[in-house]
Design a protein around this ligand. Structure first.
Ligand SMILES: [Zn+2]
Length: 317
């Protein structure tokens, strides 16, 4: 009898537990169903969508932080995510031009096609630098609309945050107040960090650098660094032996001590140039997730400033 009672309560217990688990699961499914499904092209936009969207968004990113954003490897899972998305966030300025337009068409999701409410070009309103005079893209220039790497500008993140917020409010007005609060909180954290970034910028301004690709031009401009040589002959075009010799000569003449490069660039070639010119290579991520320490856009900017600060030691008095 005692055993029967025990079994009864054990069964009831299991029943209650599974009922509770079921309620929890159904609750989770219901809240997941209400979440805005966001797909972004680069991890920086995914980070900002999570910061501003909070619990009301489910965010997927198409690229990895270590990829060259001009030639992202296309995977079938991208189409699945895009076909279900409510909101699509791209950088624009032809950053994703080589791999994205075909994917968008194939996704067959009218909610996220250019011109639809769920499509956001986050470069809207941004003042672009490096716009080529010849717009024909001849010679393989991958920056036909100007430099798209403004996620590396200390003021680029705040611009992207505004575009992400605007898009979230457009597709999900019901949570506009929450999105506004989350944006303000993020902006407060940014303001705190900007104080430290300004101190570093003041100290290293005027220093000369060389780059492989021109992804650090916005960053250099904001920090007052002078980009005196680009190793690529044109954005996206690898250098020939003549270009390399010219870069080495310019670096020696201008006493350039630092080459900035991304993880995906041709870093054996960069190391060789650095050796010939007597410079050090500073490898920086060019987007969120490009290094283990660059988990968010604010972390990325913190780390980039710290590494640049260390690359230019204070002169001995
Ligand atoms: Zn580029």
């Amino acid at each position: 009898m005692q055993n029967q009672t025990k079994n009864f309560f054990a069964k009831l217990g299991r029943g209650t537990l599974s009922l509770g688990a079921m309620c929890f699961l159904m609750g989770s499914l219901a809240s997941a169903a209400k979440q805005v499904r966001v797909v972004t092209t680069i991890p920086d936009l995914a980070d900002l969508a999570r910061e501003i969207g909070g619990e009301h968004v489910d965010v997927r990113c198409l690229s990895k932080g270590t990829e060259n954003l001009h030639s992202v490897h296309v995977r079938p899972s991208m189409l699945i995510a895009m076909s279900k998305a409510d909101l699509f966030l791209e950088m624009g300025l032809s950053m994703e031009a080589a791999w994205l337009p075909g994917l968008l068409l194939k996704a067959r999701n009218s909610k996220i096609q250019p011109g639809a409410l769920g499509f956001q070009n986050c470069s809207a309103g941004w003042q672009t630098i490096g716009v080529p005079e010849d717009l024909s893209r001849k010679d393989g220039d991958v920056h036909p609309e100007g430099n798209p790497h403004f996620n590396l500008d200390p003021l680029g993140g705040p611009h992207l945050a505004l575009r992400v917020h605007e898009a979230l409010v457009r597709v999900d007005k019901g949570h506009a107040e929450v999105y506004g609060k989350n944006l303000s909180l993020w902006q407060k954290r940014l303001t705190q960090k900007q104080k430290a970034w300004t101190v570093i910028a003041e100290r290293i301004k005027g220093q000369k650098i060389a780059v492989y690709h021109s992804e650090y031009d916005y960053l250099a401009r904001r920090l007052g660094l002078q980009v005196v040589a680009s190793i690529e002959s044109k954005p996206g075009v690898p250098p020939g032996p003549g270009d390399i010799a010219k870069v080495v000569q310019t670096m020696r003449e201008q006493k350039v001590t630092v080459i900035l490069t991304a993880a995906w660039s041709n870093n054996r070639q960069v190391a060789d140039i650095a050796k010939k010119a007597g410079a050090q290579v500073v490898e920086l991520p060019n987007q969120v997730g490009g290094a283990a320490w660059a988990k968010t856009w604010l972390d990325l900017m913190d780390g980039v400033h710290e590494r640049l600060d260390a690359a230019f030691p204070a002169k001995q008095q």
